[in-house]
Write a protein that binds this ligand. Structure first.
Ligand code: BG6
Length: 486
């Protein structure tokens, strides 16, 4: 079912010709347009330092985006007509670009204004100040901040303060695209629209939880960013912790913007800190080495040279987390993410405990798998009897829901859903300031311990499931990562 058409809006994307814009935002906006969710007068204004005219920008989008979206010549021409480009020197002396934006938006103060900052986090504060100085911030304005929001708690607080001087919290949309994925939203429905799970969703019944985001890609061309991020900042602080909060949160009183986020933040605040010597015991970091035609992290093509930071950065991490509250005491939450793993798969595995007393040989405990990608679906592994007249033989079999097979509607890309929500002014799926800061508060001691450690990340060959330490992390309590045959 398509959502209603949004109000007429001016959507201004800073970093509008960059990779995110070309690969995610513009295709998502085209889909929204195609399905009638963009108001006829809505405009998309890309800002960059690029010196492009509107025609140049439309040509670039035509060349780079058209092949990735459905072929509909009429809709495509209409979409191109919405696009504009303004060259702006953010933080620089030359204010002429800003005057162009001011002229372009003048007289449209009654429209929704969305400023989407698809740029590095240190630009967020200066950009918001420039917006204010140019008189562009109206009561109907919103600002969207891309992750990563800072590189530790202090920098995140500074950015939040700077942006908060110009925009109210209700106008600030901190995006985490994992929250726009269908299965992630389905997790809330699964938990809170079905009665059977809630009574067993706790430490009495659940042995542990695994949250994995594995990627086959490496980091070619991204060294400049990745050397200073690493898997912990790039994936765990945001995407994986967000998934953890949705698994662990208490049922909210209402499905509204604050009730859900209130419950999520309580989970982040209940995470048991991992500090000092515990960091070695409960966390693992790895870096891929070359294998076959896959180069090592250090040999990936890059526009910046290899430095000490490159040698120390983790392209893989696994962490044993714990949520210290009544529901979850004693249940490990294992988080794992890595580049150059053998498969691309993001999933949440809820591993139930074994039956209290087994009367059949060979049973294995139940497991619920929520797959975010590649194929979105839910599987409940139950024990069944294998047909046969002889002795009862047990076999784990999946009760399986594939979204692709069950629903005929197209599964929208995460950014499509989130942009629709931004245009509708609905912040439920966006991170509140206290959430982001609570996540950093938990991450910071791990970062500090890694940074002061003399050891380098454990090597793992590209195309494998991470360093030995990741397997030991579970193995020492007799557990193992959920792996499937390819
Ligand atoms: C981004 C990270 O936030 O998420 C990337 O910066 C990562 O490093 C990407 O590749 C993964 O997103 P998805 O949707 O492909 O799992």
């Amino acid at each position: 079912m398509s959502s209603p058409t949004s109000h007429t809006a001016d959507l201004v994307v800073f970093g509008g010709t960059g990779d995110l814009s070309m690969r995610k935002l513009l295709p998502a906006l085209f889909h929204s347009d195609l399905e009638g969710r963009l108001a006829p007068e809505t405009r998309i204004v890309a800002m960059s330092r690029g010196g492009l005219t509107d025609a140049d920008f439309r040509g670039k989008v035509d060349a780079e985006v058209r092949a990735a979206v459905p072929d509909d010549a009429v809709a495509w021409q209409r979409f191109l007509g919405r696009l504009h480009h303004v060259s702006v020197d953010v933080g620089g002396e030359d204010k002429s670009g800003w005057s162009t934006v001011v002229r372009m938006l003048a007289g449209h103060e009654d429209r929704d204004r969305v400023f989407y900052l698809a740029s590095p986090p240190m630009t967020f504060g200066p950009f918001c100040r420039e917006l204010q100085e140019a008189g562009l911030v109206t009561p109907r304005s919103r600002v969207v901040l891309e992750k990563p929001l800072g590189r530790d708690l202090v920098s995140a607080q500074r950015i939040n303060d700077e942006v908060g001087e110009i925009f109210d919290e209700r106008q600030i949309f901190r995006i985490d695209h994992y929250l726009g994925k269908e299965t992630v939203q389905n997790l809330l429905v699964l938990r809170f629209a079905n009665a059977f799970l809630e009574p067993i969703w706790n430490s009495l019944w659940i042995d542990h939880v695994q949250i994995t985001a594995a990627e086959t890609v490496g980091t070619p061309g991204r060294r400049g960013y990745y050397d200073h991020a690493g898997a912990l900042r790039d994936m765990v602080q945001n995407h994986l912790l967000q998934l953890l909060t949705l698994v662990a949160m208490e049922p909210p009183a209402r499905n509204d913007r604050e009730s859900i986020r209130d419950e999520k933040v309580k989970v982040l605040q209940s995470l048991r800190p991992i500090v000092g010597g515990e960091v070695d015991r409960f966390t693992v970091r790895g870096q891929y080495t070359g294998q076959g035609d896959m180069p090592s992290y250090l040999d990936e093509p890059a526009s910046t040279p290899t430095t000490e930071a490159s040698r120390r950065v983790e392209t893989f991490t696994a962490i044993r987390a714990e949520v210290k509250n009544w529901r979850w005491a004693g249940v490990p939450f294992y988080l794992r993410t890595g580049k150059r793993m053998p498969y691309r798969r993001s999933e949440i595995v809820i591993q139930f405990k074994d039956v209290p007393h087994s009367i059949f040989p060979g049973g294995t405990p139940n497991r619920l798998v929520l797959r975010l990608q590649p194929e979105e679906g839910i599987e409940l592994h139950i024990m069944a009897k294998e047909p046969g007249a002889g002795e009862t033989m047990l076999k784990p079999v999946p009760l399986s829901l594939s979204f692709g097979k069950t629903f005929t509607a197209r599964v929208p890309e995460a950014y499509e859903r989130l942009l629709t929500d931004v245009l509708a002014g609905n912040p439920t799926l966006f991170m509140r300031r206290d959430e982001v800061e609570a996540a950093w508060r938990w991450i910071d001691p791990i970062l500090a311990a890694w940074e002061s450690s003399a050891e380098l990340p454990e090597p793992y060959p590209a195309g494998t499931t991470g360093p030995a330490g990741a397997h030991e992390l579970l193995g020492r309590s007799g557990r193992a990562w959920h792996e499937e045959e390819a």
